[in-house]
Design a protein. Sequence first.
Length: 208
Amino acid sequence: MSGVRVKICGITNVEDAKAVVDAGAHALGLVFYEASPRAVDVEQARAIAFTVGPFISVTALFVNPPASLVGAVVSRVPVQLLQFHGDETAAFCETFQRPYIKAIRMRPDLDVDTVIRAHPNASGFLLDAYRQGVPGGTGETFDWARVPRDSKVPIVLAGGLNPENVAEAIRQTGVYGVDVSGGVESAPGKKDHNQIKSFITNARSARV
Protein backbone atom coordinates (compact mmCIF):
# COMPACT_ATOMS: atom_id res chain seq x y z
CA MET A 1 0.00 0.00 0.00
CA SER A 2 1.26 3.44 -0.92
CA GLY A 3 2.02 6.06 1.71
CA VAL A 4 1.65 8.83 -0.85
CA ARG A 5 0.07 12.11 0.23
CA VAL A 6 -3.02 13.30 -1.63
CA LYS A 7 -4.02 16.91 -2.26
CA ILE A 8 -7.32 17.90 -3.86
CA CYS A 9 -6.91 21.34 -5.40
CA GLY A 10 -9.33 23.95 -6.67
CA ILE A 11 -11.86 23.73 -3.84
CA THR A 12 -14.49 26.46 -4.23
CA ASN A 13 -17.17 25.64 -1.66
CA VAL A 14 -17.74 24.20 1.78
CA GLU A 15 -19.57 21.09 0.55
CA ASP A 16 -16.64 20.00 -1.58
CA ALA A 17 -14.23 20.74 1.26
CA LYS A 18 -16.21 18.46 3.57
CA ALA A 19 -16.15 15.73 0.93
CA VAL A 20 -12.37 16.03 0.68
CA VAL A 21 -12.04 15.66 4.45
CA ASP A 22 -14.46 12.73 4.61
CA ALA A 23 -12.61 10.94 1.81
CA GLY A 24 -9.33 11.14 3.74
CA ALA A 25 -7.23 13.57 1.72
CA HIS A 26 -4.16 15.03 3.41
CA ALA A 27 -4.54 18.52 1.94
CA LEU A 28 -6.79 20.77 -0.09
CA GLY A 29 -5.91 23.70 -2.30
CA LEU A 30 -7.48 27.13 -2.63
CA VAL A 31 -6.76 29.06 -5.82
CA PHE A 32 -6.12 32.81 -5.60
CA TYR A 33 -5.78 33.44 -9.32
CA GLU A 34 -8.62 35.36 -10.90
CA ALA A 35 -8.21 33.85 -14.35
CA SER A 36 -8.98 30.37 -13.01
CA PRO A 37 -12.55 29.00 -12.95
CA ARG A 38 -11.63 27.67 -9.51
CA ALA A 39 -10.62 31.02 -8.04
CA VAL A 40 -11.85 32.00 -4.58
CA ASP A 41 -11.70 35.27 -2.68
CA VAL A 42 -10.56 35.70 0.90
CA GLU A 43 -14.04 35.38 2.39
CA GLN A 44 -14.79 32.19 0.50
CA ALA A 45 -11.41 30.82 1.51
CA ARG A 46 -12.02 31.60 5.18
CA ALA A 47 -15.34 29.78 5.12
CA ILE A 48 -13.75 26.73 3.52
CA ALA A 49 -10.64 26.68 5.72
CA PHE A 50 -12.60 26.90 8.95
CA THR A 51 -14.66 23.81 8.07
CA VAL A 52 -11.82 21.36 7.57
CA GLY A 53 -10.35 21.08 11.07
CA PRO A 54 -6.73 21.06 12.22
CA PHE A 55 -5.54 17.82 10.63
CA ILE A 56 -6.03 18.79 6.99
CA SER A 57 -3.40 21.05 5.44
CA VAL A 58 -4.86 24.06 3.64
CA THR A 59 -2.71 25.26 0.73
CA ALA A 60 -3.04 28.68 -0.93
CA LEU A 61 -2.11 28.72 -4.62
CA PHE A 62 -0.87 31.85 -6.39
CA VAL A 63 0.34 32.75 -9.88
CA ASN A 64 2.74 35.73 -9.99
CA PRO A 65 0.76 37.51 -7.26
CA PRO A 66 1.36 40.94 -5.80
CA ALA A 67 2.83 40.67 -2.32
CA SER A 68 -0.24 42.45 -0.98
CA LEU A 69 -2.50 39.58 -2.06
CA VAL A 70 -0.36 36.92 -0.43
CA GLY A 71 -0.14 39.03 2.71
CA ALA A 72 -3.91 39.44 2.85
CA VAL A 73 -4.47 35.72 2.49
CA VAL A 74 -1.86 34.78 5.06
CA SER A 75 -3.25 37.26 7.58
CA ARG A 76 -6.91 36.26 7.20
CA VAL A 77 -7.04 32.63 6.11
CA PRO A 78 -5.58 29.78 8.20
CA VAL A 79 -3.31 28.32 5.53
CA GLN A 80 -0.41 26.03 6.36
CA LEU A 81 1.35 26.08 3.00
CA LEU A 82 1.83 28.44 0.05
CA GLN A 83 2.08 27.16 -3.52
CA PHE A 84 3.57 29.38 -6.21
CA HIS A 85 2.72 28.53 -9.82
CA GLY A 86 4.29 31.42 -11.72
CA ASP A 87 7.78 32.82 -12.17
CA GLU A 88 8.24 33.80 -8.53
CA THR A 89 11.81 34.02 -7.25
CA ALA A 90 12.96 32.25 -4.12
CA ALA A 91 13.33 35.62 -2.39
CA PHE A 92 9.70 36.45 -3.11
CA CYS A 93 8.43 33.04 -2.00
CA GLU A 94 10.32 33.31 1.28
CA THR A 95 8.92 36.76 2.12
CA PHE A 96 5.78 35.51 3.85
CA GLN A 97 7.21 33.32 6.61
CA ARG A 98 5.21 30.28 5.58
CA PRO A 99 6.42 26.98 4.17
CA TYR A 100 6.04 26.93 0.41
CA ILE A 101 6.19 24.62 -2.54
CA LYS A 102 7.20 25.75 -6.01
CA ALA A 103 5.41 24.47 -9.08
CA ILE A 104 7.53 23.50 -12.06
CA ARG A 105 5.85 23.44 -15.47
CA MET A 106 7.62 20.67 -17.33
CA ARG A 107 8.73 22.39 -20.53
CA PRO A 108 10.55 20.01 -22.88
CA ASP A 109 13.81 21.96 -22.47
CA LEU A 110 13.55 22.50 -18.72
CA ASP A 111 16.10 21.09 -16.28
CA VAL A 112 14.27 20.21 -13.07
CA ASP A 113 17.40 20.17 -10.93
CA THR A 114 18.21 23.76 -11.92
CA VAL A 115 14.85 24.97 -10.64
CA ILE A 116 15.20 22.96 -7.45
CA ARG A 117 18.62 24.48 -6.76
CA ALA A 118 17.17 27.98 -7.31
CA HIS A 119 14.72 27.45 -4.42
CA PRO A 120 16.88 25.86 -1.70
CA ASN A 121 14.40 26.61 1.09
CA ALA A 122 11.29 25.27 -0.61
CA SER A 123 9.45 22.55 1.28
CA GLY A 124 8.85 20.67 -1.94
CA PHE A 125 8.20 20.93 -5.66
CA LEU A 126 5.09 20.25 -7.70
CA LEU A 127 5.68 19.01 -11.24
CA ASP A 128 2.92 19.94 -13.67
CA ALA A 129 2.32 19.63 -17.40
CA TYR A 130 3.40 22.52 -19.58
CA ARG A 131 1.18 24.40 -21.99
CA GLN A 132 2.31 27.81 -23.19
CA GLY A 133 0.44 30.64 -21.49
CA VAL A 134 -1.40 28.34 -19.07
CA PRO A 135 0.01 28.21 -15.51
CA GLY A 136 -1.72 24.98 -14.52
CA GLY A 137 -4.96 23.05 -14.63
CA THR A 138 -4.39 21.89 -18.21
CA GLY A 139 -5.75 18.40 -17.64
CA GLU A 140 -2.72 17.06 -19.50
CA THR A 141 -0.02 14.66 -18.36
CA PHE A 142 3.69 14.83 -19.13
CA ASP A 143 6.36 12.17 -19.47
CA TRP A 144 6.59 10.68 -15.98
CA ALA A 145 10.08 9.37 -16.77
CA ARG A 146 11.26 12.96 -16.23
CA VAL A 147 10.31 12.89 -12.54
CA PRO A 148 13.52 12.69 -10.47
CA ARG A 149 13.55 9.50 -8.40
CA ASP A 150 16.43 10.52 -6.12
CA SER A 151 15.31 13.99 -5.05
CA LYS A 152 16.23 15.01 -1.50
CA VAL A 153 13.09 17.17 -1.30
CA PRO A 154 9.46 16.04 -1.62
CA ILE A 155 8.13 15.85 -5.17
CA VAL A 156 4.41 16.18 -5.84
CA LEU A 157 3.06 14.98 -9.18
CA ALA A 158 0.27 16.89 -10.93
CA GLY A 159 -1.03 17.25 -14.46
CA GLY A 160 -3.81 15.14 -15.94
CA LEU A 161 -4.20 12.80 -12.98
CA ASN A 162 -7.52 11.04 -12.40
CA PRO A 163 -8.83 7.95 -10.60
CA GLU A 164 -7.91 5.75 -13.57
CA ASN A 165 -4.23 6.68 -13.89
CA VAL A 166 -3.13 7.78 -10.42
CA ALA A 167 -2.00 4.36 -9.20
CA GLU A 168 0.16 3.83 -12.28
CA ALA A 169 1.57 7.35 -11.95
CA ILE A 170 2.64 6.63 -8.38
CA ARG A 171 4.07 3.24 -9.33
CA GLN A 172 6.19 4.77 -12.09
CA THR A 173 7.46 7.79 -10.17
CA GLY A 174 7.52 6.94 -6.47
CA VAL A 175 6.54 10.52 -5.66
CA TYR A 176 5.89 11.94 -2.20
CA GLY A 177 2.45 13.22 -3.19
CA VAL A 178 -0.13 13.62 -5.93
CA ASP A 179 -2.28 16.65 -6.70
CA VAL A 180 -5.55 16.62 -8.63
CA SER A 181 -8.14 19.20 -9.58
CA GLY A 182 -9.95 18.75 -12.90
CA GLY A 183 -9.56 14.97 -12.77
CA VAL A 184 -12.16 14.75 -9.99
CA GLU A 185 -14.63 17.36 -11.24
CA SER A 186 -18.10 17.22 -12.76
CA ALA A 187 -17.58 20.79 -14.04
CA PRO A 188 -14.81 23.38 -13.54
CA GLY A 189 -14.83 24.32 -9.87
CA LYS A 190 -17.34 21.63 -8.87
CA LYS A 191 -15.95 18.39 -7.48
CA ASP A 192 -17.46 14.96 -8.02
CA HIS A 193 -17.46 13.43 -4.55
CA ASN A 194 -17.41 9.84 -5.80
CA GLN A 195 -14.43 10.65 -8.03
CA ILE A 196 -12.60 12.10 -5.02
CA LYS A 197 -13.15 8.88 -3.08
CA SER A 198 -12.01 6.75 -6.01
CA PHE A 199 -8.91 8.87 -6.56
CA ILE A 200 -7.82 8.59 -2.94
CA THR A 201 -8.59 4.86 -2.75
CA ASN A 202 -6.60 4.17 -5.90
CA ALA A 203 -3.70 6.36 -4.80
CA ARG A 204 -3.46 4.48 -1.52
CA SER A 205 -3.58 1.10 -3.24
CA ALA A 206 -0.67 1.88 -5.55
CA ARG A 207 2.37 -0.38 -5.39
CA VAL A 208 5.66 1.51 -5.52
